[in-house]
Design a protein around this ligand. Structure first.
Ligand code: FPP
Ligand code: K
Ligand code: ZN
Length: 504
């Protein structure tokens, strides 16, 4: 019997809503002004860093609270102050048994690795509501382990056996046997298969039915529905572009696609325009045209545009880049150093990826393959900033938020949204992806000749070494492709395998 379920929303908040979200540390929250006093009372293995130690590497913006304070108190401003108070003792090193002279603790690899392996095993009953998201857990854990330098190919057999029954005869993967195919679970499954690697893993995917199913999701306005009859949003645009380009699917539309009636002839036709319509008056990107901009959707938009053409052409063509940069820049908060997902909301470790992961794509858009691309007026200032002062945000501010505030240093391990939240697989994956991106420098070294082809873009990566390094070298994590968020060689392997296949 086939149980029809509503398409599941991907955000982990939904998955973890039954968990207690606030942990009472049994200690009154420290305020920023009580910081100095508190640090002299509590003996530490090392003295907390002085502001002089921090200032060469961190702008004052990340050391002190903003001198400009809005006098109007609202629930929003109270929550923001509470978050600063919660983070401060972690940012100064006060909360950490060990830290370096910048107040930054080590990345506790062993604990995070153990946490992720545990999340791939049998989970407690509280996770039943997360059952339709099982492919997400595979992706988050396998991607997280890979970022920590673990070999995940040993999971190949188990993964193949688990996802095989989740593939539907109509194409695509569901979150479980007997459920409906969904773009998010299909995306997570395809990436998981790519992560474990190997031809037998790639061959689990039925590419012919996958192509047919994607054609049925392609809409007359150019976008993609997440499931047949489901919502159409920018996650769909990104997931579809990732799946199509990794599996080397034909770009032609099947004549029975709902998009054909509107004159579209290809899976990517009208997609850039549709994504462009999701840019809001704030400069950010919303789930679909007309709603609130959110960081997760900015990444989906830029990722999708970087697949349908080289980013220096497609992002410039479909987005107002100066406005997007202005909105992305506003996501980094001081003194926390982390990113928020939207205006007037709080920092959260997962936006280290959703927002932090936008920066390499923005840089590629501004610089193009070797040298600035000609762009509309207003882009030049940003180009100059990206060219000489290495980046458009504070790398050290973000690194400090991640290592100081996002690690669960207890036996549990794993990474988290902020100190008062529990770690989970979703945050572990995306905090580590963000850490990887901020610790490395990506550049587009070659571009495809024109948008009609998908191959030819070459991305190069090196450790980011400019300026003062506030983390220890052993805490640099592995690299991950800025568009696909799996290692570059895994992207290449799956693409080469399917490129070698003549047809379905
Ligand atoms: C708001 O949550 C979160 C969203 C509106 C977006 C969720 C989407 C994703 C995480 C990305 C999905 C991407 C793919 C590739 C499927 P909130 O209100 O709890 O958080 P906030 O206060 O930080 O906005
Ligand atoms: K959040
Ligand atoms: Zn989060």
């Amino acid at each position: 019997m086939r149980a029809r379920r509503l398409p599941n929303r991907a955000h982990a908040k939904v998955i973890f809503r039954h968990h207690r979200s606030n942990r009472n540390s049994g200690r009154p929250p420290a305020t920023s002004s009580s910081m100095a006093a508190a640090s002299t009372e509590r003996p530490l293995q090392q003295e907390p860093p002085s502001l002089d130690d921090l200032s060469p590497s961190l702008h004052g913006f990340f050391v002190n609270c903003s001198p400009i304070q809005d006098a109007l108190e609202t629930p929003t401003s109270r929550l923001q102050h509470k978050t600063v108070d919660e983070c401060m003792p972690f940012l100064t090193g006060e909360e950490h048994a060990q830290h370096n002279r910048y107040g930054v603790p080590h990345l506790d690899r062993a604990k995070h690795v153990r946490f992720l392996h545990r999340q791939l095993g049998k989970l407690p009953a509280g996770f039943t509501s997360a059952d339709p998201s099982r492919p997400w857990f595979f992706y988050w854990c396998l991607a997280g382990l890979t970022l920590l330098g673990e070999d995940v190919s040993g999971y190949r057999g188990r993964l193949m056996a688990t996802v095989r029954p989740m593939q539907n005869p109509e194409g695509g993967f569901a979150g479980g046997f007997g459920q409906m195919s969904h773009l998010a679970t299909t995306y997570a499954t395809v990436l998981s298969l790519a992560l474990v690697g190997g031809e037998e893993a790639y061959d689990v995917v039925d590419r012919r039915t996958m192509w047919k199913w994607l054609c049925s999701l392609k809409q007359p306005d150019g976008g993609f529905q997440m499931a047949v009859g489901g919502e159409e949003d920018v996650r769909g645009a990104y997931c579809a572009a990732v799946i199509i380009s990794l599996l080397n699917l034909p770009l032609e539309l099947s004549p029975d696609s709902p998009a054909c009636a509107a004159g579209h002839s290809g899976l990517f036709s009208g997609l850039g325009e549709w994504v462009g319509r999701c840019q809001t008056y704030e400069g950010g990107v919303s789930a679909f045209p007309g709603v609130e901009a959110h960081g997760a959707y900015a990444f989906c938009a830029l990722g999708c545009l970087s697949i349908i053409d080289s980013p220096h052409r497609s992002i410039q063509r479909y987005m107002n880049v100066p406005q997007l940069i202005s909105w992305l820049s506003s996501r980094q908060y001081g003194p926390e150093g982390g990113f928020s997902g939207r205006t007037n909301k709080l920092v959260d470790g997962c936006y280290s990826h959703w927002v932090g992961g936008c920066w390499p794509l923005i840089e590629a858009c501004l610089k193009g393959p070797g040298g600035p691309a000609p762009g509309p007026a207003g882009v030049e200032n940003a180009q100059r900033a990206a060219a000489d002062e290495d980046c458009l945000f504070s790398r050290n501010g973000l690194i400090r938020y991640i290592l100081c505030c996002c690690q669960d240093m207890s036996r549990r391990g794993g990474l988290r949204d902020k100190p008062s939240k529990f770690s989970d697989a979703y945050h572990t994956c995306y905090v580590l992806s963000g850490l990887s991106s901020v610790q490395h420098q990506w550049s587009l070294t070659a571009a495809r000749p024109h948008e009609a082809v998908l191959t030819g873009d070459a991305w190069e990566v090196s450790p980011y070494l400019k300026g003062e390094q506030i983390f220890d070298e052993e805490d640099r994590v592995c690299t991950t492709h800025p568009v696909y968020v799996i290692p570059q060689h895994r992207v290449q392997e799956i693409q080469e395998y399917f490129a070698s296949k003549q047809s379905f």
